[in-house]
Write a protein that binds this ligand. Structure first.
Ligand code: PGA
Length: 262
């Protein structure tokens, strides 16, 4: 099965020129047919990346994504960006429910669910993020599973009724305690790949039961050149959501080639 590497640039870089440079380097990575790459950039950079994308060969294996979207398509919602705007730019993926947003902006499971439904109904591919904090993690496997199950079940509520668009759902398991603090942070706590594979298959079990099919499940949490093969070699792990390392462009290029060669 094809693996997906999704770069999550978060609030980086500062300028469109730097975003374009980074995107071009990423797009130049050698990649096999077994790997798809998407670059989830800040909203303000999507237009410049969208133009660059149109000129590329092998477009089908690289795309652009957003890091969030609002659930209403348009209207009096100050500061928000919705489906129509993203589709007009040729955006293929949207990250929904990232832990940064849940943690810092109080995004609830209900808000996440509205975004998931709007994005899927409109034909975008959704990368729904779920994952536990260190406090929950320390309570043990059963508590972790309960917590993450709740996020997932609420996040996908109503998806079953969506028709064929529901097949555009992707899920990422991102244990918050394993997420790096940015491009200069190598990550201090790593999840054990075997544990990550166990969690992804746990999530797949819930998805299969709730939806009648099994969407791909990625792993996110300080994935980098040293550990990417250890995670993605598991058949249960369908790729990675990569934050800090996706900004270290030479490293990310190598990660793409590494996954291509698995
Ligand atoms: P990281 O981010 O790769 O920098 O740890 C991953 C994520 O935010 O999911």
């Amino acid at each position: 099965m094809k693996k997906l590497l999704a770069a999550n640039w978060k609030e980086n870089p500062a300028t469109g020129a730097e975003a374009l440079r980074l995107f071009r380097v990423t797009a130049s990575a050698k990649r096999g047919k077994n790997v798809e790459v998407t670059v989830c950039a800040p909203f303000v950079h999507l237009e410049v990346l969208s133009r660059a994308l149109r000129k590329l060969d092998y477009k089908e294996r690289i795309s652009i994504g957003a890091q969030d979207m609002f659930w209403e398509d348009e209207g009096p919602y100050t500061g928000e960006i919705g489906l129509k705007m993203l589709k007009a730019l040729g955006v293929r993926y949207v990250i929904v429910g990232h832990s940064d947003r849940r943690r810092l902006l109080n995004e609830s499971n209900e808000m996440v669910n509205k975004k998931v439904l709007s994005a899927l109904a409109g034909g975008l591919r959704v990368i729904l993020c779920v994952g536990e904090s260190l406090a929950v993690h320390k309570r043990g496997v059963a508590a972790t599973r309960r917590f993450v199950k709740e996020q997932l079940v609420q996040g996908i509520s109503g998806v079953r009724r969506l028709g064929s668009n529901k097949r555009n759902l992707f899920v990422t398991y991102e244990p918050i305690w394993a997420i790096s603090k940015g491009p200069n942070d190598p990550g201090n706590l790593y999840d054990d790949p075997k544990n990550a594979a166990g969690m992804t298959s746990f999530l797949k079990g819930i998805l299969r039961k709730s939806l009648g099919f099994t969407p791909p499940v990625l792993y996110g949490g300080s994935a980098n050149i040293k550990n990417i093969a250890d995670y993605v070699q598991y058949k249960e792990i369908d790729g990675a959501l990569v934050g800090g390392a996706s900004l270290r462009e030479q490293e990310f290029k190598k990660m793409i080639s590494t996954v291509s060669n698995l």
